[in-house]
Ligand binder design. Structure first.
Ligand SMILES: Nc1ncnc2c1ncn2[C@@H]1O[C@H](COP(=O)(O)OP(=O)(O)OP(=O)(O)O)[C@@H](O)[C@H]1O
Ligand SMILES: [Mg+2]
Length: 260
């Protein structure tokens, strides 16, 4: 039997590796007279190094939940701790700082600036930090290299494929070295091969220790994560580990390339 001391040590270690802790979160949207109860008591813990996929029907609350995790919105009630910080206790300005330092975002639409190169797009989140210009460019170049786009640094979005644009968006999300990457349907606008390429990048980043939370409608995409949550009517209906997790790099070998 473990001693009381051991149990306490485990609890401490576990708390230290908890990146996200959500307790009984509710979210209401007021729309004139009507009130939408978008989240109805969500509780969840996410440990460092996890790779979580969130699935569920349209309107089940996935984006609402991601917006709360991303400090873009606040719960109507309940608690959200991000690396032990109680997010609900901070004002908008502090939230923006937390967001910029701890979180990286990737969306379905790549949201790149059109007249701006891949390198400059990647550099954007560093403009709100105290990092000097040389270091900013170095970090942006490193982030682009991480997603395999070192040779596209001077390209504009219109000169890149959808998959490449999404990789720039991933690089931009990584440039401030976040604790968590939040991705809301990052493969929603991509064909199946390109989607798996993005998942390969996410798996590689997760192997290096990055915590990832991903929303997807596609079961095949969710299987690349380590744990799958299913939302229904604003609640978590299922929370299960992925048992036979494919490696995206292996799956890619079985998919036809454009040249085939
Ligand atoms: N800004 C808002 N104002 C009012 N109601 C909203 C707002 N955003 C979302 N809702 C409502 O909250 C509920 C949950 O929406 P949410 O966007 O979280 O769903 P979702 O699971 O992300 O759906 P999808 O798969 O279509 O993206 C829906 O009923 C939606 O209509
Ligand atoms: Mg959504």
């Amino acid at each position: 039997m473990p001693s009381a001391n051991q149990i306490e040590a485990w609890a401490t270690a576990r708390a230290a590796s908890t990146v996200i802790r959500v307790e009984d979160v509710h979210k209401y949207y007021e729309l004139g007279e009507a009130r939408v109860h978008a989240l109805r008591g969500v509780s969840l813990e996410i440990q460092r190094g996890e790779f979580l996929a969130i699935m569920g029907a349209s309107g089940s609350g996935k984006s609402t939940f991601m917006n709360i995790l991303g400090c873009l919105d606040r719960p109507s009630s309940g608690q959200y701790l991000l690396e032990g910080i109680d997010v609900s206790k901070h004002d908008k300005r502090t939230l923006a700082l937390i967001r910029n330092q701890k979180l990286g975002f990737v969306f379905q639409g790549f949201n790149l600036l059109a007249r701006t190169t891949a390198l400059e797009n990647t550099e954007l989140p560093t403009l709100y930090t105290k990092i000097d210009k040389a270091e900013r460019q170095k970090r942006a170049a490193e982030a682009l290299a991480m997603v395999g786009l070192a040779d596209r640094a001077q390209h504009f979005p219109s000169q890149m494929s959808g998959g490449q644009q999404q990789r720039v968006a991933v690089a931009r999300a990584l440039v401030n070295h976040p604790s968590i990457l939040l991705a809301d349907e990052p493969t929603g606008n991509l064909d199946s091969r390109t989607s798996v390429e993005i998942m390969e990048i996410l798996q590689n980043l997760n192997d290096k220790g990055l915590t990832i939370v991903l929303v997807t409608h596609e079961h095949d995409i969710a299987q690349f994560a380590k744990r799958v949550l299913v939302f229904r009517d604003g609640k978590i209906r299922k929370d299960e580990p992925v048992l036979h997790r494919p490696k995206a790099a292996e799956v890619l070998k079985t998919l036809p390339t454009l040249e085939d």
